[in-house]
Design a protein around this ligand. Structure first.
Ligand code: MG
Length: 253
């Protein structure tokens, strides 16, 4: 009997001490609803995207030093034909707006360059915040060092697989980027992260993002690289359908 009373008493005590079951945020229909976004069709921008290039003009873009743009728009695409052997000077294209963490979509097409190989074959790049390069290269039957191939976080992380299409075809990058967190003295307190779908195939899976330079907590422009290569000084890489959604939003709760 004493034992039974003790057990009942212990059970009551435990029940009293049990933490109150808290429901997860968003468990009630009365909780705030997720914001409505109308999706785009077939890679087209969703209703809340910042459209950086819609095939018409370069009004969202500028150069690093503000000099007149040598990039051109032709047949609904941006062409990186700004480097010539004579000038030998490249001109990267940057957005006028600056961004932190973001979802980004863009499409690119590389010309057929049968006489070139490795890094000389259609080299460009998409630089998140102008700091972290996702390599653009013709990596279809074109081996090079893996962390310099298409879909790589250049020099840091090779793509998981190689879903490259042949040159002259339109290819897609769908990117989820979370910016690194920095200490006041410019160290990486917390790496950022990169998730990248290349032609719909996962090639970077929450890859840590750091850099060799000081960590910069400020937002930065998106940059398209005008890669000067002496063997291919005037390679017109084409870009189109570029849009971005800043990711500052917290989930509805
Ligand atoms: Mg590059």
């Amino acid at each position: 009997m004493t034992k039974l009373l003790f057990s009942l008493g212990a059970a009551a005590l435990l029940a009293a001490q049990a933490p109150e079951q808290k429901r997860a945020p968003g468990s009630s229909p009365d909780d705030p609803q997720p914001r409505v976004v109308t999706p785009g069709k077939a890679g087209q921008p969703p209703s809340d995207a910042i459209v950086l290039f819609d095939g018409k003009d370069l009004s969202q873009w500028t150069s690093r030093d503000g000099a007149a743009l040598r990039w051109v728009v032709k047949d609904g695409a941006i062409l990186s034909t700004s480097v010539t052997k004579e000038s030998g000077k490249s001109q990267d294209l940057i957005t006028k707006q600056r961004f932190g963490s973001a979802q980004l979509h863009l499409e690119f097409s590389i010309p057929n360059m049968p006489g070139h190989k490795g890094q000389a074959k259609g080299n460009s790049g998409v630089y998140l915040q102008s700091r972290y390069e996702i390599q653009v290269l013709d990596s279809y039957n074109n081996p090079t060092y893996p962390n310099g191939s298409a879909g790589a976080l250049y020099g840091r992380s090779s793509p998981l697989v190689n879903p490259s299409l042949p040159p002259e075809q339109w290819q897609t990058y769908d990117i989820v980027f979370h910016a690194p967190k920095c200490t006041p003295d410019g160290k990486f307190a917390e790496p950022g992260s990169l998730t990248l779908f290349f032609n719909g195939v996962l090639v970077q899976d929450h890859t840590p993002v750091t850099g060799s330079r000081a960590c910069n907590p400020e937002p930065g422009p998106l940059l398209l690289q005008d890669h000067y290569h002496p063997e291919a000084p005037n390679t017109p890489i084409r870009f189109r359908n570029i849009w971005l959604r800043p990711l500052e939003e917290k989930p509805a709760q």
